[in-house]
Design a protein around this ligand. Structure first.
Ligand code: GLN
Length: 480
């Protein structure tokens, strides 16, 4: 259900936030057992929050731009007094003593937090199969994955459990599940949205962003959470941008580059949709050409050194002393070993070991140092591409949603992020927009990439694509 519409009607008193919430809770009762989007549905808290929104309207106060809009939070965002698990056993029973900044801002804007969504443990994965609490399934086909790591948030929005959701994107974890579930997903410019209260995975890459069923809803959500936060030292000292009022400005005269290297090795059903999207942008007045950004091909290798290196440091804090699980031992060192052995899943352990190795004396320059050089190269080549392009275009994911268990080999799973992670390495903005269907009638996402702080132009192109997107029936032409 549209967040823009809910907020407008709740603010005007036409709809009650409690009714809106109950409608979503019914959708959850009907299908959540099958989908498993949530680690926790916050029924009572949500009912109180919705009632408070209705009270505000009744007494003539404006609850804010997200009045009564149900919002699902990836379960790696801190919620005061509410378990925050990162879908890991190591955080067993941990309840944060504070809210993440994004949560505070959303709630102050009138959003109704409906629950905490499932993820790959500590956001490491592309399928939401690596959760300590079991996988989330794709609402379009429950034999398939929803993508990841924010698979629960994507599935919650796609299934109509929540109007909006927040996820985190370190290498593609918002955009890839958005593509696989047929919803809009945005990774904002690094620093645009505060990461205070987001459990860190790879701090130089992590960014929070929205999931929504429309481009306008995603813009509204982003406007609420963006803007400077003194609690995050990497937060850009600027106010939140106005995106919504520019959405209908089109792409007339914009120069948009289709990234050659990101079209290689892509399933033909997906690349066909990306070419159609390029044609739709041309028809709307943009000048679309091909642009080569060769370093994007090395991005994957660099990412899988930098992200585990940062993770190995960030996850050192889960030692059985400060948070969650503790497995006792004869001495402190043994207690820590037992706790971490029992608390982390295999993928997390593999990343911690890889990251520790890449940072160790004698290997640091060969691995981590080299990866940082590739990162610089990616940044430079993007800058060169943006010197004569306003935006870039690519697939979001190389394929549509794949069956559970299909990518048991880690390398094949890592390949899912080949199109998304370059924007994390460069710190620039990118989003996925649903663009028709591919194999098996499953959703395809097209990725729009923008330079840092290029959100307004990016959303304008996304709005054009949304309007031109082919309807659900395979092969059918655009609505335009
Ligand atoms: N799939 C990527 C990984 O496993 C990206 C995850 C993310 O963006 N959080 O690291």
């Amino acid at each position: 259900m549209s967040a823009v519409e809910i907020a407008a009607k709740v603010r005007s008193g036409e709809w009650s936030a409690v009714d809106v919430l109950e409608g979503h809770l019914e959708a959850i009762s009907a299908r959540e057992d099958e989908i498993h989007a949530f680690n926790l549905v916050m029924v009572e808290q949500a009912r109180r929050a919705a009632a408070a929104v209705d009270d505000a309207v009744a007494s003539g106060r404006d609850p804010g731009p997200l009045a009564g809009v149900p919002l699902a939070l990836k379960d790696n965002m801190c919620t005061h007094g509410v378990p925050t698990t990162c879908s890991s056993r190591i955080l067993d029973d941990w309840k944060p003593p504070y809210d993440a900044t994004v949560v505070t801002r959303a709630v102050e804007a009138g959003a109704v937090v409906i629950g905490k969504t499932n993820l790959d443990e500590f956001a490491m994965g592309s399928s939401t199969e690596h959760s300590a609490f079991g996988p989330t399934l794709n609402p379009h086909d429950t034999t398939r994955v929803p993508g990841g790591s924010s698979g629960g948030s994507a599935a919650a929005v796609a299934a109509g459990f929540s109007s909006l959701a927040l996820g985190s994107d370190t290498g593609g974890s918002i955009r890839q599940p958005a593509a696989l579930c047929g919803v809009v997903g945005v990774k904002p410019t690094y620093g645009l949205v505060s990461r205070y209260g987001l459990v860190a995975f790879a701090s130089s890459l992590d960014q929070i962003g929205p999931f929504a069923t429309s481009v306008a809803d995603a813009a509204l959500m982003l406007e609420v959470i963006a803007g400077h936060d003194p609690m995050d030292s990497t937060s850009i000292p600027r106010p939140s941008p106005d995106i919504s009022s520019h959405l209908d400005q089109g792409v007339e005269g914009m120069r948009i580059g289709l990234v050659t290297e990101l079209m290689e090795g892509i399933d033909p059903d997906v690349s066909a949709r990306v070419h159609q999207a390029a044609e739709a942008l041309t028809a709307a007045g943009a000048v679309v050409d091909e642009v080569s950004v060769p370093a994007t091909l090395y991005g994957l290798t660099a990412y899988y050194l930098i992200a585990p290196a940062e993770a190995s440091s960030n996850l050192a804090r889960f030692d059985g002393v400060r948070y969650g699980l503790r497995v006792d031992g004869p001495d402190t060192a043994e207690m820590m070993i037992r706790t971490r052995s029992a608390g982390f899943g295999d993928e997390v352990k593999a990343r911690i070991m890889l990251g520790t190795f890449a940072l160790s004396a004698g290997y640091y320059e060969a691995f981590y140092g080299k990866a940082q050089k590739v990162r610089t190269l990616v940044r430079r080549e993007f800058a060169a591409a943006y010197a004569d392009h306003d935006l870039l275009l690519s697939p979001t994911s190389p394929s549509v949603a794949f069956p559970l268990g299909a990518k048991a080999d880690p390398m094949s799973m890592y390949m899912c992020d080949v199109c998304t992670l370059p924007s994390n390495l460069s710190g620039e903005a990118a989003m996925s927009v649903p663009y028709g269907t591919g194999a098996h009638g499953l959703p395809v996402g097209v990725q729009v990439l923008a330079p840092a702080m290029g959100e307004v132009e990016m959303f304008r192109a996304a709005a054009v694509l949304e309007a031109a997107a082919p309807s659900d029936h395979d092969g059918e032409e655009g609505r335009s």
